[in-house]
Design a protein around this ligand. Structure first.
Ligand code: SF4
Length: 349
């Protein structure tokens, strides 16, 4: 049997999620932090560090596939300014936490949300909608703003002393920063946990996939999160920026992909992937090889044609190209995002 806890907490690694755990631990209760992981957020390699620095037990929970499916189906509460389905995201995490309660003997769920802190996703009606849709009316405790929230069963029973909980409201950060100081945290993270879906450049990487995919393809979103990304029609080219990216690209390689590697000079590894049953032409392969070679400074400096090894579905070949970034592959943009959302019948979040 798993170790037992009083509460399961949504633990993003942001300051509010940490403080929410601490104020409940202060009441002598055992808390397990759930660190949700998708291609867009989550940093499981930091768990050990967080455990040490903040004294909270944490476990990773990968929800990638069902999260992507939710984004591909129209999220019930729509997306924010970019491709961030914040309300449905919260509902999914809280609902998932609820399914784990029995396993860990938990009596309630904690979330670090603060009423009024975010203009859209933490307004009182939205917090109510999250509570209602996740069907956690009596078990979802938001300890940082409990006083402006309905009393939960654990407060009514006295397991949690509501009077000892802070009463934070609105966008200010003063109270949270003072609390971090009082707890003696050696590191004070940003309020939220960092989410790529709210960042312009990253959202532009995911938008072409959302437009083209018909199934929740976790690998492609992981690939879109790696290296530099370019698109030519329905073909994506991902070029590694460093050794980590190159290793990641090798890990994510699938049999239908093209892999490009500069020969004779140090350079990046690239992966090419087609969507919507599109196929690579000889020109696409040459363009992707030229683009890959253009990110090898020594190859560019040589001023000569460069050999690039290409591993594709038909086997391995060597092509000769001049390094070149003026090809059919261009950076993805968010052009057409509004229209796409409208076409999907998405409501404004
Ligand atoms: S910012 Fe990202 S992680 Fe946070 S609620 Fe929105 S979609 Fe979810």
């Amino acid at each position: 049997m798993n170790k037992q806890y009083d509460a399961l907490a949504l633990f993003s690694g942001g300051l509010d999620s940490i403080l929410a755990c601490k104020v409940i631990q202060d009441q002598g209760l055992k808390v397990l932090g759930l660190h949700f992981v998708t291609p867009f957020f989550g940093n499981p390699e930091k768990i050990e560090h967080w455990q040490e620095v903040y004294g909270v037990e944490i476990m990773p929970v990968d929800i990638s596939e069902k999260y992507i499916q939710m984004m591909m189906d129209v999220p019930e509460h729509g997306m924010g300014k970019l491709v961030n389905p914040c309300v449905d995201c919260k509902i999914m995490m809280i609902s998932h936490a609820k399914t784990l309660m029995k396993e860990f003997g938990a009596k309630f769920i904690i979330s670090g949300e603060v009423t009024g802190q975010r203009p859209m996703s933490q307004r009182p009606p939205v917090l109510n909608a999250i509570r209602n849709s996740s069907e956690t009316g009596d078990i979802l405790l938001r300890p940082l703003c409990a006083h402006s929230q309905p009393e939960t069963a654990v407060e009514k029973s006295g397991l949690v002393d509501r009077e000892k909980l802070p009463n934070i409201f609105g966008r200010g950060r003063k109270i949270q920063l003072q609390m971090a100081k009082d707890y003696g945290f050696s590191e004070v993270p940003t309020p939220a946990g960092g989410c790529k879906l709210t960042e312009q450049e990253n959202a532009a990487r995911y938008f072409p996939l959302l437009q083209r995919l018909t199934k929740a393809d976790v690998n492609s979103f992981q690939l879109a999160t790696t290296g530099r990304q370019f698109w030519a029609g329905n073909k994506m080219l991902v070029v590694g920026r460093n050794r980590n990216d190159n290793e990641r690209i090798e890990d994510l390689y699938e049999v239908e992909d093209y892999l490009f590697e500069v020969r004779g000079f140090p350079g990046p590894l690239s992966i090419g992937r087609a969507f919507c049953d599109d196929e690579w032409t000889q020109q696409d392969v040459l363009d992707a090889a030229a683009m890959t070679a253009s990110f090898s400074p020594k190859a560019v400096k040589s001023g000569e044609e460069i050999h690039v090894a290409v591993i594709g579905p038909e086997g391995e070949m060597i092509v000769k190209v001049m390094p070149n970034r003026e090809t059919s592959f261009v950076r993805p943009t968010l052009d057409g995002l509004k229209e796409w959302k409208k076409e999907r019948g998405e409501q404004n979040s």
